[in-house]
Design a binder for this molecule. Structure first.
Ligand code: UD1
Length: 429
């Protein structure tokens, strides 16, 4: 059923939330499962549309899986297909990362190029150069990457010019099935990389340096199955904490180490929130309007680009001006046009946005543009006067497990209703 989200502003969020498993960790962990013919069991997998899309693709290449109570059991006894067509890569960018694992396991693979999207051109040159260093013969034709390794892949030294999260995941997984040493320099350091390395170690890979700029690994020509629990979602956690601070409330998230969000918590503190860091929980409280604050997005451990639309939303009602520099994606300010519908005062110059905080926002009809832009618009709706209606909310289902339920637990007035088109059909108009 086509639905819209209704958010009525004015409630201070307060309470505790258990974070779900990280989408950006679960995706590579599921892809890593196709490196072995044995069963892998992943726990704490979030129930998201992106996970469903990936499981469907993995089924096409030969994986048999079940997904119940946040546990995925998956086994690819034999690779039956070595192709990821345009539809699956378009629906989910991370699908592209099956290229290397399929190549390593089956000697060849064909995967559509993901192409650009609303937040930037998002090339895959680093992925392809890295695979070539491991011995892959790569050809591009009709928008499809054909990769072959007739003589088998070999270990090598890869230097990433930028710490791409996707390229690091992709190359780690590929090198895992090579019984030689591979070194990745300039690697991404995100907690999700450390989580993937932990699962690969359980499968039989020897890895040093995950979480640092240099990762050394020695793979194996055959890997075993593994059981692994997906780490907590730091971006989901940030969403509820920022929503709490923006509504002058107090929110605690459980199931995540505070270190994973240190830079974001630093920005919230600078903006006047009180942050309590516990071993596996974070509490953010804010009793008055936030103060304006400047920040840049950077590779981990900097402020994550995925948090930028969320922090920006909160700062539209701050006392004072905030200057935000987007250091990862060249055009990740698409949400600004939607935020302006709430009467937010934001100007954009290239990769820099200046937000002049306003005293009052007013609810408006808005459209969800991508996962985090949609979550940012929810935060806007929670602060605004009146009821906001958001369309295209499938983006939220791609990245947030039970968002409405969790926000209602915190006291938000939020619900999903059939869209006007759907209501007209029901009423026979
Ligand atoms: C991952 C995350 C996404 C997050 C992003 C940055 C997943 C499923 N997605 O995306 O939520 O916003 O990291 O933290 O984990 N680049 C190149 N060439 C390449 C690869 C990347 O130039 O071959 C550039 C990109 O255009 C971008 C930057 O590197 O400007 C970062 O991209 P990358 O870290 O690869 O992001 P993703 O892995 O796609």
């Amino acid at each position: 059923m086509l639905e819209v989200l209704c958010v009525t502003g004015g409630s201070r969020l307060s309470g505790n939330i258990q974070v779900s498993g990280a989408k950006n960790s679960a995706l590579p962990l599921l892809i890593a499962s196709i490196l072995t013919s044995e069963e892998c069991v992943l726990k704490n997998v979030p129930d998201l549309e992106d996970i469903t899309v990936l499981l469907r693709l993995l089924r096409c290449v030969g994986a048999e899986s079940s997904f119940e109570a946040n546990t995925v059991r998956i086994r690819t006894a034999r690779v039956k297909g070595t192709e990821a067509p345009y539809g699956s890569v378009k629906a989910l960018r991370a699908s592209f990362w099956v290229l290397g694992p399929l190549l390593a396991r089956a000697g060849q693979a064909r995967v559509s190029l993901p192409g650009g999207d609303a937040i930037g051109s998002r090339p895959v040159d680093l992925h392809l150069k890295g695979l070539a260093k491991l011995g892959a013969d790569i050809r591009l034709k009709h928008g499809v990457v054909f990769a072959q390794a007739p003589g088998g892949l070999h270990g090598g030294e890869i230097v990433l010019d930028f710490p791409s999260v996707g390229a690091t995941h992709h190359l780690l997984m590929t090198a895992a099935l090579i019984d030689e040493e591979t070194i990745i320099r300039g690697a991404a350091r995100e907690p999700e990389i450390v989580d993937l390395a932990a699962m690969l170690e359980k499968m039989g890979v020897s890895i040093e340096g995950a979480g640092s700029e240099v990762i050394r690994l020695h793979g194996a020509s055959e890997l075993g199955g593994a059981q692994h629990a997906v780490l907590g979602d730091r971006i989901e956690a940030a969403t509820y904490l920022i929503a709490g601070a923006a509504t002058q409330g107090q929110v605690t998230v459980e199931g995540l180490s505070p270190g994973a969000l240190d830079s974001t918590l630093g920005v919230l503190e600078e903006a006047g929130s009180t942050v309590l860091r516990q071993e596996n929980a974070i509490c953010v409280a804010c009793r008055s309007r936030l103060a304006g604050v400047n920040f840049d997005t950077r590779p981990y451990p900097g402020v994550a680009t995925d948090v930028q639309p969320l922090l920006m939303a909160a700062l539209t009602r701050a006392c004072g001006t905030s200057v935000i520099h987007e250091g990862i994606f060249e055009s990740r300010f698409g949400h600004v046009a939607e935020y302006r519908r709430f009467c937010a005062d934001i100007s954009v110059d290239g990769r820099t946005a200046t937000v002049h905080g306003v005293e009052q926002l007013s609810a408006a009809p808005v459209e969800a543009l991508d996962i985090r832009a949609a979550a940012g618009a929810v935060i806007m709706g929670l602060m605004a006067e009146g009821t906001t209606q958001m369309s295209e909310i499938y983006h939220l289902d791609r990245g947030y497990d039970r968002l409405v339920e969790k926000l209602r637990c915190l006291g938000a007035r939020i619900c999903r209703i059939p869209s006007v088109e759907e209501r007209e059909v029901v009423l026979g108009c």
